[in-house]
Design a binder for this molecule. Structure first.
Ligand code: ADP
Ligand code: MG
Length: 457
């Protein structure tokens, strides 16, 4: 059976169908601005603006889309999503993706489509937090308000908070996700530019507000007070609020008392480090997500040795895969054991790198001095070294953007964020930079590690 329509005509007809089946917010966020590129035998290739959209469609809407095409053409076609600049141009011309886009400049999607309830592995330590998060996502504003999730680093707070967001967004809610740090920066900008009314109405208009890492408000009196008012306005209108924190609200030092008591109004839930079975099942999920062929005895080996932090668990898996690629070997148990000996040895022995140690490693690799990095010098080498330092401090420590900026001669959080993104992108493009960063990390962990680059993919 031949299709007489062009790929774009066919796709437009499909979009017409989908518009009836997908809610408005979802349609605008994920489908508007996509284009029909070409048809190859049993496949329709659809251009999308970026990989986030591609991954989201792949994961959540593919089968619905294929059904719609089948209905239209009376025979089945597969769809394939491809990142394409035409789609990007169309998508960014309209304001339609705003809702799912970062409150800062519209540059980054608000939600990582990978962080869903489906991709969250439920186990002993996190089942209550999971149930509570799902509860408010399904029934926002009714069950417990606010929901507070607290846990140590790398245990899934952001993942759960974003899962709530992704879920609510797909049900047409106006969801705002913001880290407490971003909230603070936005407020300061609004105050400076005398745009506090806009700031206020932006946050007041949300159906759901998700604030990550609220401990950041500690000691920031003005932001704490401001957030108290935002909180009240939303809460009074039964708008759902969920927050995460690295400790229970009662322990956060220096936040306004009345904000603290508000945070204790709803449900406070905690995530504990995962047990062995949960660790193993998380590793299986992650290996599958990456399409990596890693045998279960290797995964068990990792699960046995890394137990406190899921980010580290995932990081170890990544390192092992990257290491295998680097030396062009299969991921064997021996290779994994060797790589893990370095990683766990490093975690046990060496103190975690501090900003100062990172600066030292960077300057020695670029043959500069720490003073150069903190100075206003703008020659190519110094600028690159400074950016690499910003990137590594952000990657290897828990420093906030502002702290990184202070460490490097009083740069603004926006400058740090920009530098971070630039290096992260350039690492994908320039092998020489990859090598440099690899070398610096090696220095950083040199006492015990034949380092495997963390961000090697
Ligand atoms: P936190 O915000 O608590 O520091 P994150 O939510 O960023 O931690 O989680 C760190 C990493 O671990 C993320 O890649 C996340 O997807 C993953 N992760 C955490 N918990 C789980 C889980 N239960 N199932 C699957 N992945 C998880
Ligand atoms: Mg987090």
């Amino acid at each position: 059976m031949t299709e007489t329509r062009t790929p774009q005509q066919l796709w437009e007809a499909t979009l017409g169908e989908l518009q009836l089946q997908v809610n408005k917010s979802n349609f605008h966020t994920w489908l508007k601005g996509t284009v029909g590129l070409r048809q190859q035998e049993e496949k329709l290739v659809v251009g999308v603006p970026n990989t986030f959209v591609s991954e989201y469609l792949e994961r959540n809407l593919r089968s619905l889309i294929e059904k719609a095409i089948t209905q239209l053409t009376c025979h089945s076609l597969q769809v394939q999503f491809e990142v394409n600049s035409t789609a990007a141009a169309i998508s960014f011309r309209g304001e339609s993706r705003r809702k799912a886009i970062s409150p800062q400049q519209g540059a980054l999607p608000l939600f990582n489509p990978k962080y869903t309830f489906d991709s969250f592995v439920v186990g002993n330590g996190n089942q209550l937090a999971y149930a509570a998060a799902l509860g408010i996502a399904e029934n926002p504003g009714y069950s417990y308000n606010p929901l507070v999730i607290h846990a140590g680093p790398g245990l899934g707070k952001t993942h759960l908070l974003q899962a709530i967001g992704n879920f609510a967004l797909s049900h047409g809610l106006r969801v705002l996700y913001v880290s407490a740090e971003q909230y603070t920066n936005e407020l300061l900008t609004a105050l400076r530019e005398k745009k506090t009314e806009e700031f206020r109405s932006k946050y007041r208009s949300a159906d759901m507000l998700l604030v990550d890492d609220v401990q950041f408000l500690s000691g920031k009196e003005q932001t704490g007070e401001n957030f108290f008012h935002t909180f009240n306005e939303l809460h009074n209108h039964s708008r759902q609020i969920a927050i995460t924190c690295d400790q229970p609200p009662k322990n956060i030092p220096s936040i306004p008392e009345r904000l603290r008591s508000r945070l204790e109004w709803g449900l406070i839930t905690n995530i504990q480090p995962p047990d062995f079975d949960t660790r193993l099942s998380i590793l299986q999920t992650k290996a599958k997500e990456k399409g990596a062929d890693v045998s279960s005895d290797v995964l068990e080996l990792i699960a046995l040795q890394i137990f406190r932090n899921i980010r580290a668990l995932e990081g170890s898996l990544n390192r092992i895969i990257a290491y295998a690629k680097l030396i062009r070997s299969k991921v064997t148990r021996e290779l994994a054991a060797e790589a893990l000996r370095d990683i766990t040895g490093n975690e046990a022995k060496a103190p975690p790198p501090t900003p100062a140690l990172i600066v030292e490693a960077v300057v020695s690799s670029f043959q500069l001095t720490p003073a150069d990095l903190k100075s206003r010098k703008k020659d190519e080498t110094t600028v690159l070294a400074r950016h690499v330092a910003m990137y590594l401090i952000r990657q290897e420590t828990d420093c906030s953007l502002a702290e990184v900026g202070r460490e490097l001669g009083g740069r603004s959080p926006a400058t740090v964020s920009h530098a971070y993104q630039k290096i992260a992108e350039d690492l994908n493009t320039y092998p020489s930079l990859q090598h440099k960063v690899f070398e610096i990390r090696q220095k950083l962990y040199s006492s015990s590690i034949t380092a495997i680059p963390q961000s090697f993919r």
